[in-house]
Design a protein around this ligand. Structure first.
Ligand SMILES: [Cu+2]
Length: 193
């Protein structure tokens, strides 16, 4: 009987240990799933690779918002990207930024933004960006904007831009010092086209 009892106690401890181990495994799994849910996807389209798409939340009353990403051309020929439409605004454009007389000006890229073979172009705050013009609703942190991008060679792709904080400067969540909002910024003027 004693031996049997000792075996039973040992078995209880072992099964408790196994249950604890399983619980830990489930918890890790749940955390990984939650972490993945908020992460941006990468996109492959022919020779074009798009990574870390994201957009910035817009302040109240903003009429435009911006999206960012890194585009890599792994092919041997140049390609050009335009934005066809998005689900947050009435018009989607690819904008470039240039300094003119000490003022940053942004304007739509004529004929599309060129991505040279082997080149990796990062659209980021203060630089080139996808412009969502005439927002139908504000870009809210935690939500996302879906835009349809068209590459001259690689074709068309729908990209989801997770919306990060208003002050975000990069998709890794680091806060940025330089503010560059799509509209209303005194540092920036937009050509009316
Ligand atoms: Cu712009």
């Amino acid at each position: 009987m004693l031996n049997c009892e000792a075996w039973f106690r040992g078995w209880s401890r072992r099964s408790a240990g196994a249950a604890l181990a399983l619980t830990v495994i489930y918890l890790i799994g749940a955390i990984v799933l939650v972490a993945r849910a908020g992460a941006a996807s990468d996109y492959d389209l022919g020779a074009i690779h798009i990574s870390q798409p994201w957009a910035r939340a817009t302040p109240k009353g903003a009429t435009a918002g911006a999206g960012y990403m890194t585009i890599t051309n792994k092919g041997a020929a140049p390609d050009k990207i335009i934005c066809i439409s998005d689900d947050a605004s009435t018009q989607c454009q690819i904008h470039t930024m240039t300094m003119e007389g000490g003022v940053m000006k942004m304007r739509p890229v004529e004929g599309g933004l060129e991505i040279k073979p082997g080149e990796s172009v990062t659209l980021k705050p203060g630089g080139d960006h996808v412009m969502f013009r005439d927002l139908k609703q504000p870009l809210v942190q935690g939500q996302s904007v879906k835009a349809t991008l068209k590459f001259e060679r690689a074709g068309t792709v729908d990209v989801d831009y997770p919306v990060l904080a208003i002050g975000a400067a990069a998709p890794d969540g680091k806060a940025g010092g330089t503010m560059m909002q799509g509209s209303g910024g005194s540092m920036m003027q937009m050509d009316k086209r």
